[in-house]
Write a protein that binds this ligand. Sequence first.
Ligand code: LMR
Length: 396
Amino acid sequence: MFESIEAAPVDPILGLTDAFKAETRPGKINLGVGVYQDEHGVTPVLPSVIEATRRVTASEKTKSYLPIPGAPEYGAAVQLLMLGNGHEVLVSNRASTSHTPGGTGALRVVGDFLKQNFPGATIWMTDPTWANHPAIFAAAGVKTGTLPYFDAATNGLAFEAFLDALKKLPAGDAVLLHGCCHNPTGIDPTIEQWRQIAAVLAERKVLPVLDFAYQGFGDGVEEDAAGLREFCTPGAELIICSSFSKNFGLYRERVGAVTFVSQDAERRAIVQSQVNRVIRTIYSNPPAHGAALVTTILADADLKKQWLGELEHMRNRINGMRTLLVEKLVEHGAKADYSFIQQQRGMFSFSGLSKEQVAKLREHDAIYLVGSGRINVAGITPTNVDALAKAIVSVL
Ligand code: LMR
């Protein structure tokens, strides 16, 4: 049977890692997949995670299955980190969180949930969005559509066009937003714009789905949750997909979560019963280890403080590289104004480089970035920034 199968295209993001590994030229630079690298190009295990691993390993008593939504302490820790102590959603007990294998697992649970419970719904996405978003929802059989988001003329948010498009959406559809550090553009709405977006969706009865994969990489853990909290008004419904790959550096442990915020506690239980049904047929119940690390760190005041410091260090390093890249571009003779790179937030910068320019960088300089022109700023180091800026200017 397999002779009829055709090869699938290489993944536009993860496929780059394989190509980069196979690259033999010295001085190669990897700005592809969204993985943090330190100033030596290494993706470290955070010291807080090393300590949590020691504690979890020492105290683990069983490898028996977890409940379908995972450990309740993990769910509670995730909710607290997103919403903050004493938030009305927590006090009303109207949110339920399931531990999912990564943020991708969370998105797929949402896809299956929408398909099974709202078969006619379309999920609308920003243009551009993470390359895997449309694929995940299409795989679940959910219709997808796009909304204007990026304004190439200003390298900023096309806010009016975005809001106008939201105002035209039919009730019962869903919108997938990036809670912070928009991937791939690095451009987020201001808090006032978030407020307007939340109000329009509530008025239109359109379900907000927030992909929240970079909390702490923008301006801080609290600051980055501010937009998301605008949606959590009394009685409002929404879904949040979390990932702890980046902010805890737990990429391969696949630690994510999906949180359904319902109208009230009664509805919460009914919704969760459907979420459990979805999870049971995809991966049955989640892996334990990574979530236990996150729970251990967030539950211990000292360890949490240490982790926040490590996260701040990663954030500051990325923002420092944004500034340095802009300086080096000017130094190498770039004519255009690249200060927008410094205003963008999170791991990524939408550089404005075309597909052809991206291909040239790879061919001539062994510099790897996603075809859309997205740069993983965390791949820039004080050692490679000069060569990078020089190569970029040479293809402009
Ligand atoms: C990225 O956008 O590079 C990351 O989210 C990793 C991935 O899975 O694509």
